[in-house]
Design a protein around this ligand. Structure first.
Ligand SMILES: [Fe+2]
Length: 176
């Protein structure tokens, strides 16, 4: 079913974005497992993204068909799709050279329009949202954790020297 530009289409994009973010954080929790505090931070963010994905699916499942097939705000779908396309290559874990780069992408992702729209969907389409600042709080929470990571990792210069370990994983996989 073609539903680009509709509320349903927007939810599809939102769910895809949460999934992509979860994969991104999961990949980093594995690639940076040599630094336990860093790996734990990535892992926590990954769990949250999976939770957001489930929340979105639940909210969508409860929407009446008339709301699902209604048009999204003009341009909103296109902007979100464009943002998601732009992030595509950046979210490929293997394109990341070091921890600072991973941090920069994560920070940009958390504050991206794609993330703002998608978290706002949760609030907009949840009947009687109990917490009107929910979306903003989610974003601030993740940004806060990333800033904490920056501090505990010793700042940008040290982070540039922390390299992802993909080879060890490949060796591990071969050993199984
Ligand atoms: Fe999210």
């Amino acid at each position: 079913m073609m539903h680009k530009g509709t509320v349903a289409g927007l939810f599809d994009l939102a769910i895809a974005a949460e999934k992509a973010a979860a994969y991104f954080y999961q990949g980093h929790s594995e690639a940076f497992r040599g630094e336990p505090a860093v790996a734990a931070c990535w892992k926590g963010l990954m769990s949250d993204e999976l939770l957001h994905k489930e929340q979105l699916s639940r909210v969508f499942a409860a929407l009446p068909q008339t709301v699902r097939s209604a048009d999204a705000e003009p341009g909103q779908y296109e902007r979100a799709a464009e943002n998601l396309r732009r992030f595509g290559p950046m979210l490929n874990v293997r394109n990341v050279q070091n921890l600072e780069e991973a941090y920069d992408i994560a920070y940009e992702l958390e504050y991206s329009e794609v993330n703002l729209i998608f978290h706002a969907l949760l609030g907009d389409y949840t009947p009687q949202p109990s917490d009107p600042d929910f979306a903003l709080r989610l974003i601030r929470d993740h940004a806060g954790r990333l800033e904490e990571l920056l501090r505990t990792s010793g700042g940008p210069e040290r982070m540039r020297g922390v390299l992802p370990d993909f080879d060890r994983k490949r060796q591990g996989e071969r050993a199984i």
